[in-house]
Design a protein around this ligand. Structure first.
Ligand code: MG
Length: 361
């Protein structure tokens, strides 16, 4: 599916999009249940087709006749499938694996007649708070940015995130200062660079950034550059959030072991699904690091995992896909409502699938 985003489109420092891509899979089990799994993209049709082709031609045949309830074993079988190894251990292959893994968890929770968060934990976290990203895009003019941030704080959202990374960072500083003043000192304020800066820019503005009392700075540097993040963490004085561009628990290991990340933003639909997400969250929790997922899924899957995992009490709110689900993620007074329907929260309304679907090949 390709689903329109807010307004006439949104921008950050490196992307401009009008639609969110939702390539996915429906698994049909012998017991008659259907499992829905999907990932999130920037709606590049040929890219989405690569993902669905990967599912149809490479992973799909490996699933036929298997026991759908043994999700972890199936995850390992697909992840370690030797013939696919050279095609990619990140990107397309992990997004395709995420679709399947999520669909398998959906099947498993439906078979147990439980929402996934109850299946995953006997001791779930009853409260997941929401922070809002959807009024902080880079293309939103200053006045609207301030009004939007004030509005969502008044609605009860526990924080706001704004995008930065203008060609001239002074513009970013002015926008951050204005939002901080508008929302007051008690509201969580995050900024997201989307990998645009380097160490020189970070050094130049570190003192100013510290004064804004930021809850975190997200993806300040190029995503894979662990060494630069270690240097950054040594002088910045602002907590670092990252993870939306890391594709396995091994990628996360390096960042977590070296103190280069403070908020772990592991995204189930990028990291190969809920199975791998859970491994990363366990490791983060063991190190005392909070997990605040990036929502490539637009919330529904991560609401389930956050409710179940003790490392996660805060989740990003972006409402672009809400109208597509049978049970959309809903926030009241800054807190997510508890999903009740059996499954992973991934069942799409047939009308939405019809309206937004795109050709597979
Ligand atoms: Mg981000």
């Amino acid at each position: 599916m390709h689903v329109p985003v807010t307004g006439n489109g949104i921008a950050d420092s490196t992307n401009q999009i009008t639609h969110w891509g939702v390539p996915g899979v429906v698994l049909f089990a012998d017991n008659g249940l259907k499992g829905y799994g999907y990932t999130g993209t920037h709606a590049l049709l040929s890219g989405d087709q690569l993902i669905t082709n990967f599912i149809a031609h490479i992973y799909g045949p490996l699933l036929m006749g298997e026991d759908a309830t043994d999700v972890q074993a199936l995850w390992k079988k697909l992840y370690h499938y030797p013939a696919a190894r050279w095609i990619g251990r990140a990107g397309i292959s992990q997004l395709a694996l995420a679709c399947i893994d999520v669909a398998l968890w959906d099947l498993k929770a439906k078979a147990a007649n439980l929402p996934l968060w109850k299946l995953l934990s006997n001791d779930p976290m009853p409260v997941v708070k929401a922070y809002n990203t959807d009024y902080g895009w880079l293309n939103i003019p200053m006045e609207q940015l301030i009004e939007g941030c004030k509005k969502v704080v008044a609605q009860g959202f526990t924080g706001v995130k704004i995008k930065v990374g203008h060609q001239n960072p002074k513009i970013d500083m002015r926008r951050i200062a204005a939002v901080r003043e508008a929302v007051g000192s008690n509201v969580r304020l995050m900024i997201d660079v989307n990998g645009k800066w380097d160490l020189n820019i970070a050094r130049k503005y570190a003192a100013q950034l510290k004064e804004f009392n930021l809850f975190w700075i997200e993806e300040p540097l190029w995503f894979d550059d662990l060494e630069a993040h270690i240097v950054l963490a040594s002088f910045l004085g602002v907590p670092i959030a990252l993870g939306e561009q890391l594709y396995s628990e091994y990628h996360f290991d390096g960042f977590m072991a070296s103190g280069a990340v403070d908020f772990v933003q592991v995204d189930a639909v990028r990291v190969g699904g809920i199975t791998e997400w859970w491994s990363v969250a366990d490791k983060a929790h063991a190190k005392g690091l909070p997990v605040v997922p990036h929502v490539g899924d637009m919330m529904n899957i991560h609401l389930q995992t956050c409710l179940a995992h003790p490392a996660s009490t805060l989740l990003e709110y972006i409402p672009w896909l809400r109208h597509c689900f049978e049970e959309p993620a809903t926030v009241e007074a800054g807190v997510f409502k508890l999903p009740e329907k059996p499954g992973a929260g991934t069942t799409f309304r047939p009308e939405a699938m019809q309206e937004f679907s795109r050709p597979l090949h």
